[in-house]
Design a protein around this ligand. Sequence first.
Ligand code: HSE
Length: 337
Amino acid sequence: MRICIIGFGAVGQGVARVFSMKRNKIKQKYGLDLELVAATDSEGAVISEGGLDPDLLIETKKKTGKVSEYPKYGVSGLSGYEVMDTVEYDCLIEVTPTNIDDGEPARTHILKAIENGKDVVTSNKGPLALSYREIVDKAKSNGVEFKFEASVGGAMPILNFAHETLAGCDINSVFGILNGTTNFILSRMAKEGSSYEQTLKEAQQLGIAETNPAQDVDGIDAACKVVILANSILNRDVSFKDVEIDGISKITPGSIELAKKEGYLIKLIGEASQETLEVSPRLVREGSPFAVGGTLNVATLKTDLAEDVTVVGKGAGSVETASAILSDIISIWKVRK
Ligand code: HSE
């Protein structure tokens, strides 16, 4: 499968890393050859129809800050959009930063690939939170696969899990910790009394925060995920503007201490149901399944047949998020081969 990665930040580099780690195993196990034919960042691109070396690509990006410095095949100034017209590929991996104002440039990249009959995998929440139906309908009418497991909860399995493992159940609501950065901040503040500013800085250094970290702390990132869950799992037709949002910026060390004394933790919770779309800080009991720390995400799906099912996993991180992208690529391969 010829793969084109648009965006080479933490997630794009994670995808290259898992290609390097897993290419041989995946070939043996599924007969799928992951051939990376192009990658782009905001400065330019690198294209080789004979295939790029993912390790050299990561090294080049780390050393120079630009994929276009890749020996021989780099092209400075070429945009993702132009690359899609230049290279022959089968599957687009759209992993540019989330833009919640208009979903661009990801929305245009994704629609262009779909119109050209290419399968698409994305972790990008902007187009999904703003133009979900348009994209999903276009993918259906063009007969292409459009997968986005990595957009909600990073490595926490939820979308494919709901559609496949819980295929026979009606799912009535989803409730959970959907943002790794705020969970990291809140749990460090509760456990070690670390300051909000310092912990946010660490989250940025770890590559788990959004390019604009206000999206995390203001609840915007979690709200995008609420929209994706509502549309994809609850079959609603909603968008970002329909979510009531309150972030964590008003949470003080004092309020965390007070909650702790009463046996509670403060967590940023997202909820999606037929009646509710909400993100807000809430109290969860210490010792409950929601008392997870670090970058973990957790979500409970309320179902008719199976009652409550709770999933947990790393909600952010380069390789962790790429694991969900890889599993989407493999499931596309199973349909295509
Ligand atoms: N910034 C996001 C988070 C990344 O912290 O959860 C994963 O969507």
